[in-house]
Design a protein around this ligand. Sequence first.
Ligand SMILES: [Zn+2]
Length: 241
Amino acid sequence: MRSRTANRSGIVIRRRVTPAGDIIVTLLTPQGKLKAIARGGVKGPLSSRLNLFHNVGVQVYQAPGNDLASVKQAVLEGALPKLAEPERYAFAHLMAEFADALFQEGEFSEQAYDLFAGALRGISHQYDPEWVALVMSYKLLGLAGILPQTARCARCGTPDPEHPDPLGGQLLCRNCAALPAYPPEALDFLRGVVKRTVRASMDAPLPDDQRPALWKALERFVTVQVGNVHSWRQLVPFASA
Ligand SMILES: [Zn+2]
């Protein structure tokens, strides 16, 4: 008989406590996204282990006819305590919501897991967590196969557009655009970040004053292309400004 118990290891990207005191968690694991419930978990030892951004090993039990697996045990395998710092926390939260929106349950992606785990470590340790979050968000988009069009104007197809596309978050040519062109560094970022290595992008951070436009483009693009990202949108800096 097939065992319905499974052991998985992953990072908690979403955590919700129900009025009944259950904890519903979503883990990003190398085998895909996993959603499970720890019944009555809020009163027990699982409560502190199943915290956001914790790397945990869980034993889950899938009862027949029950769509949510139950967490039977959880062991803390790793934590990044610096993520509790407010600015780092905000960017880590943004990445977690983003990964949750981009990747489906059961969808296998070891690369997504590695990229996300790397993003959290970078946000925890690097001097410039905002830059890590911006670069890694675009890298995750690339991995999900959802790429902003940069070679041609999103509206008319003219090659080498240089202006922001305030509705779709892509690029517009001079004739279609209402806003001034991106500065050269921001344009280079948008054209190259998905293909470039994370290290190369980390070594060439954009000045602070060029970042709001990039966040705004990301927010527009994801809203149009991915959808169902309401909670994520609230976390994007400057997007609502
Ligand atoms: Zn155009």
